[in-house]
Design a protein around this ligand. Structure first.
Ligand code: NAD
Ligand code: MG
Ligand code: MG
Ligand code: MG
Ligand code: MG
Length: 340
């Protein structure tokens, strides 16, 4: 059984006695900064000169500084810039200004696991990674709940790195749900695998193939959209609440029988073998290298794949249909339909 932590296992006063710099004010950065501030922690947001996020952070009443200035003052530096730029920000702006005993906090293990950032010996190196999108991390906190976090210590220079990690996890609301103990290696490899094979890659491809199969057979695109995309949320909510068993309990016996006989025809053992190959590329660092090489070249492959995805025929059908549903409220004010 994994080791779990809750609010009673952590001492909030540890992080309340530190100066914290949060680098980046995106999905995770805004949520960590605001939750820390509301938990009584001294937070400064570190941003690039001319960052579009500066005004957003200042409007929330947060202190904002350049990355260098925020880091110079900080006992704890939280690195929540995009994974592909973290090593550059670390080399140019964080490392030269870092107190020799400052702790480093990550929201994902990518740069440590694959060796893109190699902190000096004097630093505690921690991870507090919410298992949910940043906007939910903020919303749950405001509602008095929290998103579960996984917590790891890669380097314990002070001897107190675990106490600091749990205190931080409590301050962002994570221990109201639960903290799960892991390692940077386990978090990084399982996080990349989950998003690639199942949550993002697997589900997106499954929806697109389902839509193509129905529309190529002559069914109306709007009907196909409802059957393979819209209803997915209702199914996932049931799985989230009570596992696959609750989903099968709720659907008709017809649907449940179809699940048993046709699921394994669609998702064949080849798919599991392909998942194994994806995992092997994650473990070897091949995926990380391909991602970083493309990003360093200006992200041509990434941009082309993004454009191809946005042009899949299910996207315009969905955009038109969702305009008709006043009850589908966007949960995220940063995202505008058609502009991503
Ligand atoms: P994001 O893309 O939403 O935001 C990153 C922010 O970094 C930007 O808003 C900007 O303010 C800042 N930034 C960009 N370039 C910068 C630079 N050169 N110098 C300083 N700041 C810069 O990023 P995100 O999705 O919040 O991801 C941050 C970290 O959290 C990553 O390690 C990611 O893997 C991890 N994480 C994200 C989520 C999520 O919900 N998105 C969930 C779990 C973990
Ligand atoms: Mg994104
Ligand atoms: Mg991830
Ligand atoms: Mg149906
Ligand atoms: Mg049933």
């Amino acid at each position: 059984m994994a080791e779990l932590f809750y609010d009673d296992d952590a001492d909030l006063s540890i992080i309340q006695s530190k100066k914290v710099a949060v680098i980046g004010y995106g999905s995770q950065g805004h949520a960590h900064s605001l939750n820390l501030r509301d938990s009584g922690v001294d937070v400064t947001v570190g941003l690039r000169e001319g960052s579009a996020s500066r005004e957003k952070a200042e409007n929330q009443g947060l202190k904002v500084a350049t990355v260098a200035d925020a880091v110079r003052e900080a006992d704890v530096v939280v690195i929540l810039a995009p994974d592909q730029v973290q090593r550059i920000v670390y080399r140019d702006e964080i490392e030269p200004n870092l107190k020799s005993d400052a702790a480093l906090v990550f929201g994902h293990g990518f740069n440590i696991r694959f060796g893109y950032i190699k902190p000096a010996e004097g630093h505690d190196v921690l991870m507090v990674a919410p298992k949910g999108p940043g906007h939910l991390v903020r919303r749950e906190y405001v509602d008095g709940r929290g998103v579960p976090v996984i917590v790891a210590v890669e380097q314990d220079a002070s001897g107190n790195a675990w106490d600091l990690a749990l205190s931080y996890a409590k301050a962002i609301g994570g221990l109201r749900a639960a903290g799960i103990k892991t390692t940077f290696t386990e978090e990084t490899e399982t996080d990349l695998f989950g998003e690639q094979a199942v949550l993002c890659g697997g589900v997106s491809q499954l929806i697109q193939y389902g839509f193509e199969t129905l529309t190529e057979a002559g069914y109306q695109p709007e009907v196909a959209y409802f059957e393979v995309l819209h209803e997915l949320k209702l199914i996932v909510d049931l799985i989230f609440e009570g596992g696959i068993t609750k989903q099968r309990w709720s659907v008709s016996d017809t649907a449940e029988y179809g699940d048993y006989v046709s699921g394994p025809r669609v998702i064949t053992p080849d798919v599991k073998a392909n998942m194994g190959a994806v995992l092997a590329d994650i473990q070897s660092g091949a995926f990380a290298q391909r991602f970083i090489a493309d990003q360093d070249a200006g992200a041509p492959e990434f941009q082309a794949l993004r454009a191809k995805g946005q042009n899949h025929p299910i996207e315009p059908v969905g955009r038109e249909l969702r305009k008709l549903f006043a009850w589908v409220k966007p949960s995220d004010s940063d995202y505008t339909e058609g502009s991503a």
